[in-house]
Structure formats: structure tokens, C-alpha cells
Design a protein around this ligand. Sequence first.
Ligand SMILES: Cc1cc2nc3c(=O)[nH]c(=O)nc-3n(C[C@H](O)[C@H](O)[C@H](O)COP(=O)(O)OP(=O)(O)OC[C@H]3O[C@@H](n4cnc5c(N)ncnc54)[C@H](O)[C@@H]3O)c2cc1C
Length: 271
Amino acid sequence: MVGGQIALTYQVDNYPGFPDGITGPELVDLMKRQAEGFGAEFLEEEATGVILGSTPFGVLVDETEYQGRSVIIATGSKNRSLGLESEERLMGRGVFVCATCDALLYEGKRVVVVGGGDSAVQEALDLTRFAKEVYLVHRRDRLSACKCLTDRASQDEKIKFIWNTTVTEILGEKKVEGVRLSNQETGNVWTLECDGVLLAIGWIPNTEIFRGQLDVDERGYITSTNGVDTSRAGVYVCGDLNDRRYRQVVTACGSGCMAALEVERYLAEKG
Ligand SMILES: Cc1cc2nc3c(=O)[nH]c(=O)nc-3n(C[C@H](O)[C@H](O)[C@H](O)COP(=O)(O)OP(=O)(O)OC[C@H]3O[C@@H](n4cnc5c(N)ncnc54)[C@H](O)[C@@H]3O)c2cc1C
């Protein structure tokens, strides 16, 4: 599907140039039309493999090989999931993955954050600017976030911790109304009413098909220098695929621009 994660987003309020916000699908359509205006062609196919050992590089869609003298990889990432049907059904209807993007929607409301690492705690802190109460549900008995974030969260009166507990169900038909929780130690199961559930249990970069062809770190991120250069000259990365920190449309577009400029330079040098 053209558009990636943003096509799944109802409203984007933080992309420059749209003071009243814009829906995700509309923003995707505008970007697509702009790219087509410059000659880009879109193929709605899944790349199943790559051949990056020599030029021209190859991108495989099953048996078909598309060749290019340079490649930009922008396959994004997916959030780790709880594996619940309700989580998928209510995504964008109270289930969300980015406080920076959606915190305003939860002004005066109660939100459950799932996770216990740096991102979960940072997201919980960001939410406290708007939410009335933030419950941080973690399956262990302590946070794995860094000390400074842990200290800030512990001192924040709006954040309450629920330890040794997992979310076993997200409740609500058309929108989130609560979560069912299960304590790992006592087996106690109970329901907590809430308006939103922020999943912060990690991200998985979509890099499977590049492994063995490009250097990848222990978490699956393609090793890059200068933001967009990979271990192979002529192959570049951009967007959430290689972003462990910001994960915004504007930052994805920014690194996309950097990658495109590098391609231009690379091809010019190659003559
Ligand atoms: C629910 C939600 C709400 C969000 N709200 C906001 C917001 O309000 N503001 C904001 O700035 N950011 C928001 N974000 C974050 C934003 O969507 C991402 O930062 C941005 O989309 C990253 O763009 P990307 O192109 O790098 O990756 P993605 O959007 O992940 O796109 C990657 C694309 O590559 C495709 N792909 C992957 N593997 C293959 C393959 N093998 N072959 C072919 N195609 C492949 C995927 O299908 C996808 O289309 C939100 C994210 C989510 C999930």
C-alpha cells in the first residue's frame, strides 16, 4: 500500500504547511501526485529479495528483477504488537503508538502506556502534558529505562505504575474503553477503564530482505554513516527504517531528501 504508516493515520497535525492538519490518506495522495509529476512510477508490489553485490543493483519481486544503478531503501518499521485481535481492530481508535502525534487527542483523559523501556517512559512523560492520568503497565517489577527518565517519571504525580502485569485484552467495540490486565505473579485479572492505549514495546525495522547483503546491527537496523549511507556505495537508507529516535513524517521526508541528494552525487561521480 502506498503511504505506509501515515496512510493508516486519521489526522496529521504536525507536518509543515498544513495549519489545520490533514488526514493521512490526503497527505499520501498529495505526495504521490507530486512524485508522479516528477516522473516517479509506483508499483504496488512486495520486494522479496535484493541483489546488491554488484551494479546494476537488483530488486526482486518474486521472479521479476528490477534493476537500478542506485537504490534507496525506505521500507519503514513496524511496532511490536501484543498479538491481540482487539489491538489491531482498535488501532487509530484509541490504540496508538506515538505520543508526539496523538497526545492532544487525550486531553483530560486516562491513558494506559504498555512498556517499560526508554520509549515507554518518554511517551508517558509526553502524555502527561495533556492526559489527566497515565498508567504505565510493565510486565516486570522495575523499569529498564535510563535513570534520568525513571526519576522524572517516578516524581510525576500523573504517572502511576502497574508492575508485573500484562495487557491481555483491549476492551471496546468502536473505540477503546478499557484494558483487561493480568498480574504475572498473583494471577489476579482485573479491568481498568481508559480512553487510550499507547503501545511502546519496541519497533522492528523491515530489513529482513537486506540481511546478508548489507551490514545490519544486532537489532536489525541497517548500519549507516552520515545518516543515509550504507555499507555499500550507491545504496542508501532513509525514514523510520533507520530511525530509532524521532519517527515522524517530517523526519522521514528529511532523510529521504538526504538520500536522494546522495544518489544524485553518486551517479554524477560515476558519470
Ligand atoms: C498510527 C500512527 C500514527 C502516526 N501519526 C503521525 C503523525 O501524526 N505525525 C507524524 O509526523 N508521524 C506520525 N506517525 C509516524 C509516521 O507515520 C512515520 O514516521 C512515517 O510514516 C515513516 O515513513 P517511512 O516511509 O519511513 O516508513 P513507513 O511509513 O513505515 O513506510 C514504509 C513502506 O514500505 C513498505 N514496505 C516494507 N517492506 C517492503 C517490501 N519488502 N517491499 C515493498 N514495500 C515494502 C511498507 O508497506 C510501507 O508502505 C504515525 C505512525 C502511526 C503508525
